[in-house]
Structure formats: C-alpha cells, structure tokens
Design a protein around this ligand. Structure first.
Ligand code: KG4
Ligand code: ZN
Length: 353
C-alpha cells in the first residue's frame, strides 16, 4: 500500500510517501519568511504552503520512485494548527484523493507526533509493543499521555499556560536569539554552564510553592518566562553577552529538568516501563541525553523518533494513517479542518471519533 502524507499545520510544508509502512520519501521545506517577525505569521504561512505544495508533493512522489497513479491512500493533517495553513494541505489532499479515486485519511497532528518514534525506515517497527508514557512537546503543545499498544491513549497532564517549545522560543527571544530559538539554545547551551543560574521549575519537587507536586502531571512555563525576563533586566548588556551560553544552558536545564522529572514520575505512577518523547522539542540534545540517563537508572525503555522526525514532517502523518488502516480503521472522503483539537482527559483512540 502506497500512502502519500501531507503536513502543512504550521511553517513546514511537507510531503512523504510510505510504501507498505516504510518511508520511501520525506520532503520538508521550512519557511524562512517568518524570521524577521520573531514568530510565525499565519497569512504568510498559508501563502507559502500554497506556493510550495505542488512541487513538494511532486518531489516526494518522484523520490519514492512511483507515479501518482500508484498512490492507494492520501493522508493529511486536519488539525490542530493554523486554520489557513491546515486548509491548504487538507484541500489539496482531498482534491487529489477525489481526482485519483482513492480514499482520504484525516490525521490529527499531535497524535501523529505521539506515534512518531515508530516511523519505519527499513529497520525498527511500526507499532509500540507495550504501554508507554508519551511526552509530546512542540511549539504549541505539552502533553503527557499513557499510550496502549492498540493506539488508545489517555492524556494525564498538559501545560497550564505556555508549551515547552514556546518557553524555549520566548526566553530565547529575550536573549536576542532568532526565531525559532529552541535549536539555537540547544547549540549555544553546549558551550555553557547549566548551573550558572537556577531558574524555577514549576510544579516539581524543586518548586517551593507546590507542596503536593506528586501525581500532578501538569506543566507551567509562564513563571520561568517571567523569571528569565526579570533576571535579565537586572543584568548589564555586557554581562548578558559574555554569559549568553551559560544563560541559555541554565534556561534549557530548567525546561529539561521539569520534562524529565514529570515523565519518569508519570511512568512510575502508572507502572509503565517505557517512555517516549516526540514533537519539535524532542530534537533537543540535552533532553534526549537526560531522559536516556533517567530511563537507564529506572530500567525503563526510551522510544525516540529520529531527529528528522521530531519536528513537523509528513512521514509521521502517513505513518499514523498506516497504523490506523492496518488496524481496520476506515478511511473517509470528506473532512473539515479542525484548528483546535480537543485533548480532554479520557481514553481516546488515535483518529477514531
Ligand atoms: O513539532 P514542531 O516542529 O511544530 C509544532 O507542532 O509546534 O515544534 C516546533 C518547536 C519550536 O518551538 C522549536 O523551537 C522547538 O520545537 N525545537 C527545539 C529544538 N528543535 C525544535 N527546541 C529545543 N531544542 C531543539 N533542538
Ligand atoms: Zn508539530
């Protein structure tokens, strides 16, 4: 079965072809037009997707060594995301499916991130073998869920304010770093001292204000943002410039510390012996290392997506469509864009309504 996946929820235009569950191509174009604005401009994102989508999809099909007539299924992100951006990919996908007379599968972007550690590239496997705790950390979401092998999942924690990626991007902006600051902080922090300044870790064992953090799997990053801002305001520009790498490493340590502590506590509390990290922030080298060390200490397995599949990509969209179809879930022809997907606590099956 050849599945074409399409992803346009934010500022990456991506097309991928999955042949019998294996990635045959994954083409990603990251939009550079937002850099000078310090964040993604929704209207510019939609226009850029529209400009690029035909050539990206053509390239994905060519790189997979097939023709469009050999596609069996078209899958696309249906939300959550920027409504105009999602609509470009979704309308294109539904139009193509209609023209080719093949089924269309709408995919929830965050669910696709959750299962991205199982993207198959000729080795590995397409399905989780046992239950695991998933930490999904992107620019817009921070979720802790328990995931069962039948693809059902239950959200047990979420951010009360900013997402982890947002915490990287916004504190990085305060440090004068370009958007998106997450990967820049990651690189800069490698030359810095993570113990240079102790920034707050809300709702954890380190937090003074939270007496009963045990069993609280929610996150909060707005206090960290305020703390970085007020602390920077007290420092001279020369000091900030001289210690930019140390400050970046200290901010990163605060975010990573919270993410690791909560994930391990959640796995322990649910008697689950495996953890996964997914979403753009899972590309972070310090998070990968700290989570690996914590899992090793606990005797837990760690499922990680390849760094290319941490950030937005269409291979994860095609993979979730494959997982759904291979479990007998039905494809459909028409689907409306869902800019806000609900992740209410309660068990949900990926893509099942
Ligand atoms: O999943 P993603 O590509 O898009 C969304 O669905 O939001 O995540 C983007 C987020 C941005 O906030 C970006 O700064 C962050 O992921 N990110 C990183 C790294 N690479 C991307 N954060 C920290 N370290 C990285 N290496
Ligand atoms: Zn994403």
């Amino acid at each position: 079965m050849n599945i074409l996946g399409i992803e346009t929820s934010c500022d990456e235009t991506s097309g991928a072809v999955l042949c019998d569950g294996n990635v045959s191509s994954n083409v990603v174009s990251s939009q550079l037009c937002h850099t000078s604005f310090g964040g993604v401009v929704p209207e510019l994102a939609s226009r850029e997707h529209e400009r690029l989508i035909v050539s990206i999809i053509d390239t994905a099909i060519t790189e997979a060594n097939i023709t469009k007539n050999e596609l069996d299924v078209i899958a696309a992100t249906a939300g959550p995301g920027l409504i105009g951006a999602v609509m470009v990919g979704l309308c294109f996908a539904q139009g193509l499916a209609y023209a080719l007379g093949v089924p269309f599968v709408p995919v929830n972007h965050i669910e696709a991130h959750i299962f991205s550690p199982f993207i198959h590239e000729g080795s590995g496997h397409n399905a989780p073998e046992g239950a695991y705790v998933s930490l999904t950390v992107s620019g817009g979401h921070t979720l802790l869920s328990t995931v069962a092998p039948d693809l059902s999942y239950k959200v047990i924690g979420r951010t009360l304010d900013d997402a982890a990626g947002e915490a990287f991007d916004k504190t990085g902006k305060m440090l004068g770093l370009p958007y998106p600051a997450g990967p820049v902080i990651d690189k800069l922090a490698q030359k810095g001292d993570p113990t240079f300044h102790l920034f707050p870790r809300a709702l954890t064992s380190q937090s003074q204000s939270s007496k009963s953090w045990h069993g609280n799997f929610d996150f909060s990053f707005s206090g960290l943002k305020t703390s970085v801002l007020t602390w920077l305001q007290k420092q001279s520009p020369e000091f900030i410039e001289r210690h930019q790498a140390d400050i970046a490493a200290s901010i990163q340590a605060a975010i990573v510390g919270v993410l690791v502590e909560k994930s391990i506590a959640a796995a322990r509390s649910r008697n689950v012996m495996a953890v996964s990290i997914a979403g753009g922030v899972s590309a972070n080298s310090a998070l990968r290392k700290a989570m690996q060390e914590a899992c090793d200490k606990e005797g837990m397995a760690l499922h990680l997506p390849a760094v290319t599949y941490s950030t937005d990509n269409a291979a994860m969209i095609a993979t979730l469509a494959w997982l759904k179809l291979s479990r007998g879930m039905q494809a459909e022809r028409n689907y409306n864009v869902a800019p806000y997907a609900s992740f209410a606590a309660g068990t949900k099956k990926a893509g099942l309504k």
